[in-house]
Structures are given as C-alpha cells and as structure tokens.
Ligand binder design. Structure first.
Ligand code: ZN
Length: 226
C-alpha cells in the first residue's frame, strides 16, 4: 500500500526520457521502447560479426540494439551506466536474453562481463556490463563469472595517446585472473561495441590463456558500412 501511495505522490519516470510513465519500475516507457532500433537478426550473419572479421577469431557475435548518436539507444546506454543502481541494466539484459533465446544456435557455457577498473567500479558502484550480463544469465540460464577477467589499466590517461599506443594499452589492460577451463565456451558481454577494441582485447586475453571457443554479445552495436 505504501508503494502505491508513494507512486501516487511521486509518479515513476522513464529512465531514458524522464517522462512520467505507468508504474513499472526500471523499465522504459512505450515511446522509448518504440524508438529503439534492433540489430539482432533472426537468422544468418549478425551485423556485429563483421566488426571482428580479420581481427580476432570469434565463434559467434550478437548485439541487441543498433546504436547511433541520434536514436534513443544512446540515452538508454547512458541511463544504464549512470542510473543509481543496476536494475535498468539487468532489465535490459533480460530482454536481450529473451530475444537471444530464439536466435542463438550454440549457447555458451559461461558468461563473462567486460570488467571495469577497480577505481571506476568504486566511483560508480556497479559495472554496467555486469548488470546486463546478470539479466542475460537469468533468462538464458547460463552461469556468469565476474572475476575471471580483470582490468588493470586506468582508462583516463588513454585520451592523450596516439591511436596505436592506445590500442596497445587496451590490449594489455585485460587479463585472465585464474587458469581457464579450455573446453568451456565463453561469452564476453559488454554494453556497447563501437570500435570493438575493448571486447577484442578481452577475447585475446581468453584465447592467449588457452580458451578454444569465445563468443561475444553486447546490448548495442554501432553499425557501420563496410
Ligand atoms: Zn521514455
């Protein structure tokens, strides 16, 4: 009853557009939901797979939404990252997971979120990639491991470096914390793939540690013309 009274006094707002919306915590209003553009294909090659061609051997790759600076996906990603808690990220991860269920042909055994540097984690309170991964894990019924991959370098200094130096830095920033089970099919999960450098570095860390099969998934992907 208190919840109902609270919501009457302070109607919940959509985390993306900030408009009041029907009570339904952590979820988007219908307007924002209708404005999202999807990247996931029911069959055939997924657009995000192309980001890794000629770069790193990825078993399969999936992205749920199409990111571009004009659509609300950008605002959604921002809200997931800077919301006060990880509920929005988890809710979106569950939706992505539900859509993935009908598309995925060779599900992974273990989900690994792209890690945040400890300092950033402390400042923000949670890792948005982990929030999304938790939602996916729940729906796909696949376990998640948030400590196998770790991030060593702090990203703040990267902006001053040249493109190649920056790439080298990112490449060496991700490591496996412990011995891998090489026969496990891993899936690295992030919030958004733009250049693909971050997730590629994670995949490389796993392959170098002996993993034989690595897939990737992100909530959104900045599709480009190839
Ligand atoms: Zn909205």
């Amino acid at each position: 009853m208190f919840q109902a009274l609270y919501e009457l006094l302070f109607p919940p707002t959509c985390p993306v557009c900030q408009q009041a919306k029907p009570a339904f915590h952590g979820f988007l209003c219908l307007g924002c939901l209708a404005d999202l553009s999807f990247s996931l294909r029911p069959k055939g090659i997924q657009p995000v797979e192309k980001a890794f061609w000629g770069r790193v051997p990825v078993h399969s790759a999936y992205s749920w939404l199409r990111f571009n600076p004009q659509n609300r996906t950008r605002d959604l990603l921002h809200a997931i990252k800077y919301d006060q808690d990880e509920r929005l990220g988890q809710a979106m991860g569950r939706r992505f997971g539900r859509d993935l269920l009908s598309v995925i042909h060779d599900p992974p055994d273990l989900i690994l979120p792209v890690p945040l540097h400890a300092k950033k984690m402390k400042r923000r309170g949670f890792n948005q990639a982990e929030a999304i991964a938790k939602g996916m894990s729940e729906v796909l019924k696949i376990p998640i491991n948030s400590t196998l991959l770790s991030r060593t370098e702090h990203q703040a200094s990267l902006t001053k470096l040249s493109r190649i130096d920056r790439w080298e830095r990112i490449r060496s920033a991700y490591q496996c914390q412990s011995e891998l089970l090489t026969d496990v099919h891993y899936m690295v999960v992030d919030d958004v793939i733009t250049t693909g450098a971050t997730i590629e570095a994670c995949v490389n860390a796993l392959l170098e540690a002996g993993a034989k099969k690595v897939s990737v998934a992100s909530l959104a992907y900045a599709e480009r013309q190839f």
